[in-house]
Design a protein around this ligand. Sequence first.
Ligand code: S3P
Length: 431
Amino acid sequence: MQQRTLLTNIDGLQGRISVPGDKSISHRAVMFGALAEGKTTIHHFLPGEDCLSTIDCFRKMGVSIVQENNYVEVEGKGIAGLKEPSEILNVGNSGTTTRLILGILSGLPFHACLIGDDSIAKRPMGRVTVPLRSMGAKIDGRENGQFTPLSIRGGTLKGIHYHSPVASAQVKSALLLAGLSAEGKTSVTEPEKSRDHTERMLQAFGVQVEVDGNTVSVEGGQPLKATTIHVPGDISSAAFFLVAGAVVPNSRIELHNVGLNPTRTGIIDVLKEMGANLEIRNEEIRNGEPVGDLVISTSDLKGIEIGGDIIPRLIDEIPIIALLATQADGKTIIKDAQELKVKETNRIDTVATELEKLGARITPTEDGMIIEGKTKLHGDLVDSHGDHRIGMMLAIAACIADGKMALQNDQAIAVSYPPFFEHLQNLVVKK
Ligand code: S3P
């Protein structure tokens, strides 16, 4: 098993970094480029494994895509230009690829098979296959289409109004993408608002999208027009360094060009409420998405309660927020976050198990966790469990831990942040 020695008990983190492109936006830029007419160019694309899985799937459907590091060109021939794949589409570890592609395939008159890794095989797909079937797609798969491997034959769809039981951008996006090939209007209503990159980017590709509170609608039959996308830095990647800057003594980190879409900035609200020294600078709108620079420095923190409609705005940041809470005075309660159980790992379990090894005081609950701070952490052998965000959280935990620490399955980090360790190393204050 792959294992990496982590830097422990460091003397501070100082400097400036530009985090890689946003994962959600990079996926969508490739997908929408593949559905559009003409050449879409993508700048600051995230060449992480998940987004490379998306590129691979569209190449197997006949789309010509050139990718050189973080620059991508997609030659779209319209939705009808996609071809029946002669190979199985491999989605790797990527839930976004799986669910959004299912939406696209639902409207296409051919057959395709989808498979992914062991983690994908455990993730619930019924949340998209059930409503997509009700639009007219024929989907089969393990446990009656609840899990991968899945097989799909798309075709003539009719628009629906779907009330999703979960706030999920992947569910919403899958249905809206199917809706573009459907007859009439497709609407999705969510219990809370999930990230809205699909809505914003479809508009950048010339599609009319109607947003009314937590309901989003599209009319079928609208073509996408190729465009140029500048992907902002991923706030979910920045989150590891925001927390590192706040909890490691003698630190000051500047993060340049970070996406600040309000459906993603829950981590900023939490840091501020806990008392972090955090400044936002140079805010502007690019490609319909807000971006800015963030400056964080070592902070005295206090525990807070996190729940309700902020949860979808920080769902991917909960592992690193749990670490933050171990360094805050008092109790932090995270609730209404049962979605954590169906991420790349069951993140309630993996966060609690791994942080407890380091001496953190965490009680897992049905819908989150309770963390008692402030605790001095000590090194141990920890495991990412194949989950990129658990791996990065543990590498940041090491920075404030005594003794030796090593991470098993560190390769998972390449899913969303290939140069993570290089960026961390560059910030370390020399002894
Ligand atoms: C994503 C949506 C979220 C998030 C995931 C990326 C997206 O998942 O956790 O990392 O790009 O749409 P859900 O839609 O399952 O909440």
